[in-house]
Each structure stands twice: as structure tokens, then as C-alpha cells.
Design a binder for this molecule. Structure first.
Ligand code: FAD
Length: 331
């Protein structure tokens, strides 16, 4: 499979890259490790006029743990995160999750920024142009239908909704850890919680403004315990069918003060079980409570119908993952 033709830019600064990305005359995309982008370009689901290579910009790949806390540059590879001693000691859940992305080759090439900004997935969309040619174009590629939930069969959760799924491994973990992102655009930079990067809309899953580029991830001081559980078909190489990042903070009397429960694979962005989190405050984790919290979580996240697995199956697996996490934390 060949790449379509495109112009290629090697910027030397983020400002130059942001300006080029914002240009109205070219439809441009950013290239980091290319493990997501180049597959999509070969399948012609994305046909940009210009590709802007971020790897030619110096000093975007770093793990820094100085007086302003832990920071990871967007171009840092997943392999470097998985194998970093500092990360293994400070935030072991992060090195674990990075080591579970795809296969080794994806971790060596793939970057943290690319992982957080990867496209949503759908069996009707992540296919070659030839394969897609027999069906009419879907919402995701500018068409008038969702093949997962066609309107004639009763409609989607919202009319005209694209049911492509967010399947990233790193975002749920970093949201559970309360990280922030720094993005740089043509008019300066801004910092905001990572959770706000995701719109929950399949057609445009990221809230980045025109020309904005993810520069780095900022961590609060480490606290509490965290777990990442990933349910997938093959251990060796696979996106999550459902995954769960769970973070909990207790006070000096071992009472739960704060909990974060974030799922991947169940919606068009990472999905948080806010009510289940509230139930955990000051709760003692006996079997009854574990069952109650997990039932609440699956009720409120209400997994979306996706192109491969049914909502019922995802609900069941999400509940099992949360029960496992709560049992591990309480033992
Ligand atoms: C077979 C296979 C299995 C995979 N398995 C998994 C998996 O298990 N879990 C998982 O999470 N992912 C998986 N992936 C997806 C992908 O490999 C990873 O998400 C990877 O981390 C993407 O990073 P990258 O640097 O290669 O991104 P790229 O492909 O370079 O970019 C991905 C997207 O992000 C944008 N982008 C990149 N960097 C930035 C930035 N700094 N600011 C703004 N936008 C940016 C690009 O424009 C592009 O749209 C898999 C992919 C394949 C092909």
C-alpha cells in the first residue's frame, strides 16, 4: 500500500510548525512516530496536502523531574517512558501502560503526544479505500451515515452521531493522575487538564484549536495508588476492548478521600464514572460495596455501540475490570 502524494515540511521550531499547521491554504497534519498517521494515510482515510514532521524540532523528547515536578515532552517515545527508571519509581502505572501499547515496534516509534492525539477507531473507517468503496461515505469522512448505527435502524445515541471509538491506553491513565497538557499555537500557549482535550465526539475527538500542537504533559506530585487494567483479545499486540485506569487517595486513617475511574474503549473519548467515584469517598471496600460501585460505574458510563463489540459485552467487561481493581486496592 502506497502513501498518497503530499508536501513535506521539517520545521525547526514549534512556532514555525504551528503557523504552518494553521495555514488555510494547505490541509496539514502533524507527524510524530507515524504509527497511527501513516496507516491512516495509506488507507486514504486522511489525505493531507502537507505533512509537518515534529521530530525535526529539537528538545521535544524529554522526561524531566525538577523543582516544577514531573514533565514529559510530547515527542518522548512510549519505549522511553516504559523503560525510564524515574517513571517506574514515580508513576509505575504510566510505564506499565506505555509497555502495553500495541507491540514493541509501536512503542519504539510511537510518542506520548501521538498516542494522546491518535484518531478514533471504527471497523468501517480504518479500512483501505478499496474496502470502503462499496459503502457510502460515513460521517467520519464527511458522508451522511454511520454504518455502526444507521439512522434507518433507529438512530444513534444522538442523531447524526459518529460511533468511532477512542481506544488509547495512555489518556485514561494520565487523566486518572490529574495531569495537565501544555499546547502551543500560532498565538501563544495554554495549559489545561488533559481530560478537556477530548470532546467525546467521534467526528472531531480533540478540542485542539487551529494550529495547536501538544508540547508537554505536566504531573502533580505523586500520591495514592493507581492501577491500569487492559482487556484485549491478544496480549502481544492489541488496542483495548475496554481498559480501566483507577487512582485512589486515602487519608492517614486509611479512609478513601478521592478516587478516579476512567475507561477507554467505551465511548468517543476516555469516559469517567463520576458518580461511582463519589460513592467511594469514606467507603469501606467490602464485597457489597465493591458490587455496588461497579454496578453504578457501568450504569453511568453506558458503553457506546461500536463497530466490533456490543454495549452489553463492554458493560460486562468494564464491571469486571473495576471489581478487580477495587479488590486489588482493598487487599
Ligand atoms: C497495529 C497497531 C496496534 C496499535 N495498538 C495500540 C494500543 O494498543 N494502544 C494504543 O494506545 N495505541 C495503539 N496503536 C496506535 C499508535 O500506534 C499509538 O497510539 C502511538 O502511540 C501513536 O503515536 P505516534 O507518535 O506514532 O503518532 P502519529 O501516528 O505520528 O500521530 C497520531 C496522531 O496524532 C497527531 N499528533 C502527533 N503528535 C502530536 C502533537 N504533539 N500534538 C498534536 N497532535 C499530534 C498526528 O497528527 C496524528 O493525527 C496501534 C497502532 C497500530 C497500527
Amino acid at each position: 500500500m502506497r502513501l498518497p502524494k503530499f508536501e513535506y515540511l521539517e520545521p525547526k521550531t514549534l512556532k514555525e510548525a504551528a503557523k504552518a499547521l494553521a495555514s488555510d491554504t494547505k490541509e496539514s497534519v502533524l507527524l510524530a512516530g507515524g504509527t497511527d498517521l501513516l496507516v491512516n494515510m495509506k488507507h486514504k482515510v486522511i489525505q493531507p496536502k502537507q505533512v509537518i514532521n515534529l521530530k525535526t524540532i529539537p528538545k521535544l523528547a524529554y522526561i524531566s523531574n525538577g523543582k516544577d515536578g514531573l514533565r514529559i515532552g510530547a515527542l518522548t517515545t512510549l519505549h522511553d517512558i516504559a523503560s525510564s527508571q524515574a517513571i517506574q519509581e514515580e508513576v509505575p502505572i504510566l510505564s506499565q501502560a506505555a509497555g502495553e501499547v500495541g507491540a514493541y515496534a509501536h512503542q519504539v516509534m510511537g510518542t506520548l503526544g501521538g498516542n494522546l492525539c491518535q484518531g478514533n477507531r471504527c471497523r468501517f473507517y480504518n479500512q483501505s479505500a478499496f474496502w470502503r468503496g462499496v459503502k457510502s461515505p460515513c460521517y467520519k469522512v464527511g458522508g451522511k451515515i454511520c454504518h455502526v448505527v444507521p439512522a434507518r435502524a433507529g438512530g444513534g445515541r444522538k442523531p447524526k452521531e459518529c460511533h468511532s471509538t477512542y481506544c488509547g491506553d495512555m489518556a485514561p491513565v494520565l487523566i486518572a493522575l490529574d495531569t495537565q497538557v501544555r499546547v502551543v499555537g500560532p498565538n501563544g500557549e495554554r495549559v489545561f487538564p488533559l481530560s478537556k482535550l477530548y470532546t467525546q465526539e467521534g467526528k472531531k475527538p480533540l478540542s485542539l484549536r487551529k494550529g495547536e500542537i501538544l508540547k508537554e504533559i505536566l504531573f502533580p506530585p505523586p500520591s495514592g495508588k493507581a492501577l491500569y487494567l487492559k482487556w484485549r483479545r491478544r496480549e502481544s499486540i492489541e488496542f483495548p476492548i475496554v481498559s480501566l485506569a483507577f487512582h485512589i487517595e486515602k487519608d492517614g486513617n486509611e479512609r478513601i478521600q478521592k478516587a478516579r475511574i476512567i475507561f477507554s474503549g467505551v465511548g468517543s473519548g476516555p469516559v469517567e464514572a463520576l458518580e461511582a467515584e463519589k460513592m467511594l469517598k469514606n467507603a469501606s471496600l467490602d464485597d457489597w460495596m465493591i458490587e455496588k460501585v461497579s454496578n453504578q460505574a457501568i450504569k453511568e458510563i453506558s458503553p457506546m455501540r461500536t463497530s466490533i463489540h456490543s454495549p452489553a459485552y463492554k458493560r460486562k467487561m468494564a464491571g469486571i475490570l473495576l471489581k478487580q481493581a477495587l479488590e486489588k486496592i482493598s487487599s
